[in-house]
Design a binder for this molecule. Structure first.
Ligand code: AMP
Length: 190
Protein backbone atom coordinates (compact mmCIF):
# COMPACT_ATOMS: atom_id res chain seq x y z
CA UNK A 1 0.00 0.00 0.00
CA UNK A 2 0.93 3.61 -0.31
CA UNK A 3 0.03 6.03 2.52
CA UNK A 4 -0.48 9.75 2.06
CA UNK A 5 1.01 11.39 5.13
CA UNK A 6 -0.21 14.86 6.07
CA UNK A 7 1.89 16.65 8.66
CA UNK A 8 3.44 19.96 9.66
CA UNK A 9 5.99 21.92 7.72
CA UNK A 10 7.11 23.13 11.18
CA UNK A 11 9.42 21.26 13.54
CA UNK A 12 6.83 20.74 16.27
CA UNK A 13 7.81 19.00 19.47
CA UNK A 14 10.49 16.38 20.13
CA UNK A 15 7.71 13.85 20.77
CA UNK A 16 6.05 14.63 17.45
CA UNK A 17 9.36 14.33 15.61
CA UNK A 18 9.79 10.89 17.19
CA UNK A 19 6.23 10.01 16.19
CA UNK A 20 6.85 11.11 12.58
CA UNK A 21 10.01 9.01 12.46
CA UNK A 22 8.24 6.04 14.06
CA UNK A 23 5.44 6.10 11.48
CA UNK A 24 7.89 6.46 8.58
CA UNK A 25 10.16 3.64 9.72
CA UNK A 26 7.23 1.29 10.38
CA UNK A 27 5.70 2.01 6.97
CA UNK A 28 9.01 1.44 5.21
CA UNK A 29 9.69 -1.76 7.16
CA UNK A 30 6.24 -3.09 6.26
CA UNK A 31 6.92 -2.39 2.58
CA UNK A 32 4.42 0.48 2.35
CA UNK A 33 5.18 3.54 0.25
CA UNK A 34 4.59 7.14 1.26
CA UNK A 35 3.28 10.11 -0.69
CA UNK A 36 3.52 13.52 0.96
CA UNK A 37 3.90 17.21 0.21
CA UNK A 38 7.51 16.94 -0.98
CA UNK A 39 9.07 19.35 1.52
CA UNK A 40 12.39 18.97 3.24
CA UNK A 41 11.33 21.04 6.25
CA UNK A 42 9.62 20.28 9.57
CA UNK A 43 7.84 17.03 10.37
CA UNK A 44 7.34 16.52 6.65
CA UNK A 45 11.12 16.32 6.25
CA UNK A 46 11.42 13.90 9.18
CA UNK A 47 8.88 11.55 7.57
CA UNK A 48 10.70 11.59 4.22
CA UNK A 49 14.24 11.30 5.60
CA UNK A 50 13.35 8.44 7.95
CA UNK A 51 11.46 6.41 5.37
CA UNK A 52 14.21 6.88 2.78
CA UNK A 53 16.90 5.87 5.28
CA UNK A 54 14.88 2.69 5.95
CA UNK A 55 14.75 1.92 2.22
CA UNK A 56 11.13 2.99 1.70
CA UNK A 57 9.54 4.55 -1.37
CA UNK A 58 8.75 8.25 -0.87
CA UNK A 59 6.97 10.31 -3.50
CA UNK A 60 6.69 14.07 -3.02
CA UNK A 61 4.12 16.31 -4.70
CA UNK A 62 4.86 20.01 -4.42
CA UNK A 63 3.51 23.09 -6.18
CA UNK A 64 6.13 25.08 -8.08
CA UNK A 65 5.62 28.20 -5.92
CA UNK A 66 6.57 26.24 -2.77
CA UNK A 67 9.69 24.57 -4.17
CA UNK A 68 11.82 27.29 -2.58
CA UNK A 69 9.72 28.17 0.52
CA UNK A 70 9.23 24.61 1.74
CA UNK A 71 12.56 23.58 0.22
CA UNK A 72 11.68 20.69 -2.07
CA UNK A 73 13.31 17.46 -0.94
CA UNK A 74 15.88 16.47 -3.56
CA UNK A 75 16.56 12.91 -2.39
CA UNK A 76 13.11 11.41 -2.90
CA UNK A 77 12.23 8.32 -4.89
CA UNK A 78 10.26 10.76 -7.06
CA UNK A 79 9.42 14.46 -6.81
CA UNK A 80 6.45 15.69 -8.80
CA UNK A 81 6.22 19.45 -9.28
CA UNK A 82 2.67 20.61 -9.98
CA UNK A 83 1.22 24.06 -10.63
CA UNK A 84 -1.34 24.53 -7.85
CA UNK A 85 -2.26 23.48 -4.30
CA UNK A 86 -5.39 21.83 -5.68
CA UNK A 87 -3.36 19.75 -8.13
CA UNK A 88 -1.06 18.73 -5.28
CA UNK A 89 -3.90 17.41 -3.14
CA UNK A 90 -5.62 15.71 -6.06
CA UNK A 91 -2.39 13.99 -7.10
CA UNK A 92 -1.59 12.90 -3.55
CA UNK A 93 -5.11 11.50 -3.21
CA UNK A 94 -4.77 9.66 -6.52
CA UNK A 95 -1.43 8.09 -5.54
CA UNK A 96 -2.53 7.04 -2.03
CA UNK A 97 -4.40 3.96 -0.85
CA UNK A 98 -4.90 5.41 2.65
CA UNK A 99 -4.51 8.78 4.38
CA UNK A 100 -2.92 9.48 7.74
CA UNK A 101 -2.51 12.76 9.57
CA UNK A 102 0.23 13.39 12.09
CA UNK A 103 0.35 16.58 14.14
CA UNK A 104 0.66 19.73 12.06
CA UNK A 105 -0.84 23.15 11.48
CA UNK A 106 -3.61 24.63 9.37
CA UNK A 107 -2.27 23.11 6.14
CA UNK A 108 -2.35 19.64 7.67
CA UNK A 109 -5.94 20.16 8.84
CA UNK A 110 -6.96 21.38 5.41
CA UNK A 111 -5.50 18.31 3.73
CA UNK A 112 -7.05 15.94 6.29
CA UNK A 113 -10.51 17.48 6.08
CA UNK A 114 -10.53 17.50 2.33
CA UNK A 115 -10.01 13.74 2.14
CA UNK A 116 -12.35 13.14 5.08
CA UNK A 117 -15.14 15.11 3.41
CA UNK A 118 -14.47 13.53 0.01
CA UNK A 119 -14.87 10.14 1.69
CA UNK A 120 -18.14 11.29 3.24
CA UNK A 121 -19.42 12.14 -0.23
CA UNK A 122 -18.31 8.80 -1.66
CA UNK A 123 -15.67 10.37 -3.91
CA UNK A 124 -13.20 7.83 -2.58
CA UNK A 125 -13.41 4.81 -0.30
CA UNK A 126 -9.92 4.96 1.21
CA UNK A 127 -9.24 4.79 4.95
CA UNK A 128 -8.49 8.13 6.62
CA UNK A 129 -7.01 8.30 10.10
CA UNK A 130 -5.22 10.43 12.63
CA UNK A 131 -2.18 9.07 14.44
CA UNK A 132 -2.45 10.64 17.86
CA UNK A 133 -0.73 9.05 20.87
CA UNK A 134 -0.78 12.16 23.08
CA UNK A 135 -4.20 13.74 22.59
CA UNK A 136 -2.98 16.52 20.27
CA UNK A 137 -6.14 16.05 18.19
CA UNK A 138 -8.57 15.50 21.10
CA UNK A 139 -10.20 18.96 20.82
CA UNK A 140 -10.74 18.41 17.09
CA UNK A 141 -12.22 14.94 17.61
CA UNK A 142 -14.36 16.41 20.40
CA UNK A 143 -15.74 19.00 17.98
CA UNK A 144 -16.62 16.22 15.52
CA UNK A 145 -18.43 14.45 18.36
CA UNK A 146 -20.45 17.62 19.03
CA UNK A 147 -21.30 17.77 15.31
CA UNK A 148 -22.43 14.15 15.43
CA UNK A 149 -24.53 14.74 18.54
CA UNK A 150 -26.24 17.75 16.95
CA UNK A 151 -26.89 15.92 13.69
CA UNK A 152 -24.34 17.70 11.49
CA UNK A 153 -22.14 14.67 10.88
CA UNK A 154 -23.60 11.20 10.47
CA UNK A 155 -22.44 8.66 13.04
CA UNK A 156 -21.04 6.37 10.32
CA UNK A 157 -19.04 9.25 8.86
CA UNK A 158 -17.77 10.39 12.26
CA UNK A 159 -16.65 6.82 12.89
CA UNK A 160 -15.02 6.58 9.47
CA UNK A 161 -12.25 8.90 10.70
CA UNK A 162 -9.83 6.62 12.51
CA UNK A 163 -7.84 7.74 15.54
CA UNK A 164 -4.96 5.42 16.37
CA UNK A 165 -2.70 5.74 19.39
CA UNK A 166 0.24 3.93 17.78
CA UNK A 167 1.37 2.64 14.40
CA UNK A 168 0.30 -0.97 15.03
CA UNK A 169 -3.21 0.23 15.84
CA UNK A 170 -3.19 2.40 12.72
CA UNK A 171 -2.16 -0.46 10.42
CA UNK A 172 -4.72 -2.82 11.98
CA UNK A 173 -7.46 -0.21 11.60
CA UNK A 174 -6.55 0.41 7.95
CA UNK A 175 -6.51 -3.34 7.20
CA UNK A 176 -10.00 -3.80 8.70
CA UNK A 177 -11.49 -0.64 7.18
CA UNK A 178 -14.89 -0.71 5.54
CA UNK A 179 -16.04 2.54 3.99
CA UNK A 180 -19.46 3.91 5.03
CA UNK A 181 -22.18 4.55 2.48
CA UNK A 182 -22.20 7.94 0.74
CA UNK A 183 -24.14 10.70 2.44
CA UNK A 184 -26.27 11.29 -0.67
CA UNK A 185 -26.21 8.27 -2.95
CA UNK A 186 -26.15 5.48 -0.37
CA UNK A 187 -23.35 3.89 -2.39
CA UNK A 188 -20.04 2.85 -0.87
CA UNK A 189 -17.93 4.32 -3.66
CA UNK A 190 -17.97 7.40 -5.88
P1 AMP B 1 1.18 23.06 7.90
O1 AMP B 1 0.44 21.98 8.63
O2 AMP B 1 0.44 24.38 7.89
O3 AMP B 1 2.61 23.21 8.34
O4 AMP B 1 1.22 22.63 6.37
C1 AMP B 1 1.56 21.32 6.02
C2 AMP B 1 1.56 21.19 4.52
O5 AMP B 1 0.26 21.48 4.01
C3 AMP B 1 2.51 22.13 3.79
O6 AMP B 1 3.15 21.39 2.76
C4 AMP B 1 1.60 23.16 3.19
O7 AMP B 1 2.10 23.69 1.99
C5 AMP B 1 0.37 22.34 2.90
N1 AMP B 1 -0.81 23.17 2.76
C6 AMP B 1 -1.12 24.31 3.42
N2 AMP B 1 -2.30 24.81 2.99
C7 AMP B 1 -2.73 23.98 2.03
C8 AMP B 1 -3.88 23.95 1.17
N3 AMP B 1 -4.84 24.87 1.24
N4 AMP B 1 -3.96 22.94 0.29
C9 AMP B 1 -2.99 22.01 0.22
N5 AMP B 1 -1.92 21.97 0.99
C10 AMP B 1 -1.78 22.93 1.88
Amino acid sequence: MRFAVFTGSSDGTDGHRRLAADLASHLAAAGHGIVYGGAQVGLMGVVADTALAAGGEVIGVIPRHLVVGEIAHRGLTRLEVVETMHERKARMAQLADAFVALPGGAGTLEELFEVFTWGQLGLHTKPTAILDPDGFYSPLLGQLDVMRELGYVRPAHRDSLGAARNVEELLAWVAAYEHPRSKWTGERGG
